[in-house]
Design a protein around this ligand. Sequence first.
Ligand SMILES: [Zn+2]
Length: 486
Amino acid sequence: MLRVLAWLARVQGYDWQNWFNGSFPTAEVSAGNFSLYSHGVNNAVAVKWAAAWSDVYGPPALAEASLHAWQQLQRFHGLPSGAFGADEHLAGRELHRGTELCVVVESMRSLEETYAALPDRPELVDALEALAFNALPAAVSGDHWSHQYLTQNNAIFAGIESASASEGAEGEASPLSEVFGNVGLDATMYGISPNFPCCTVNFAQGWGKFVALGLWLFDPGTPREMPLLLSAALAPSTVKLPMLEVELETIYPFNPEASLRYVVRKASTPFQLLVRVPCWAELSRSEVRGPQGAWKVPTDVSPRPSVFTFLVEKPDVWEVRFAARWQLVLDPQGSAGHFSLGPLIFVKPLAHQAVPVPLDDGPYGPGPNPPPAVRDEMLLPTEDWAWVYFLNESWEEGLESQMLESVAHFDRCPSAFVPGALWRSWAKTPSPGVQVPPQPEVPDFGPITRLELQPMGCTKLRMTQLPIRWHRGRGANEKGGERLPW
Ligand SMILES: [Zn+2]
């Protein structure tokens, strides 16, 4: 019955195999070309088509088409948050364009399904962790009572765009955004159902399915084979099955280099514990420790291991620590960039104030007598946003970071510090569709200061990608307020 249903869905549905190959858009889709193929959430859902098909019909290699679909979305529409530009339809890679929250959670679901079909491709879970630890928390308030419909990587304002510029459009039931592809004016506002209620009912599946499908995979094997337990995405958690129980003790990802302690509490039958090796991990500095002592991590084998494998025969403790290096991810011109460490994207947070907005009393509103935590609000910046990084070739030496050391520190965020300065002429750009310019044309910078960066998921207004003023020689990474000689 399932096989018949799969065939019916394929012949009556869209041809996603063709879409992600020949006709895939390599830039933002303009209004005249909108279709259900170019719709962002449809693309996020469709990524898993090949993995699901191969699970029913095989061959397993067909699932590679799901990986290819994700690579196409990232190549032409990918954003630092780990998501892709889709402010209703595919929107390209500009940092001010939006990503719908439904795109984030449906992409997570697709990556979870695709990795289950391709467990030798650890980059799929790197992508999943990027979404879970950056794009998802960036779009949702800490208490989960409010969220955005669209999230921006560079966001200097969250709220209702001025209606005045759009009121002239004839035939529009309600004015549309001039910044984003096809949404209303309130798409970046934090609230119960900004723009449209799909994300309201959808976003809660993000964490739930991440835990259910993303953290652990189990294969009972055949009577001749040993069961396999695969630790895929890394987060504190416990898996309990009739024959085994394992707890992962860690503060990852709040410290990407944190110890991952696999405490085996029950092993009534021998099994293999597999730990995914992230693509960003530096194996030469990573560490593995088992009941018999430390292991040397293999660094000279080809291909690079996609998992570490441990034979577990009784309750014991296995420990892994993946070493990470700070990355400065540059734009194609090398004139702007953003920082990352392991799965975390570090951004310049913008201090802001919340301004309440009257609750929607229409069909998408909360109805009478909502709980007190229900709110609609705009976030307005209370500090400058037009910063420029001041870096030299040895920027990594000048970067200071403060990672969390224990769960006792969970009331604050990790942080990093890099030198930067305000670029006064850029600050005059109208908001909220602020774009990163290719190069500072007028070097009217303020004093060099130490910019504190935080993980994107800790921020609500932010600048993720900033222009870079490259400085040769010493001095660019020094702290303090002095101006550099040019
Ligand atoms: Zn939605």
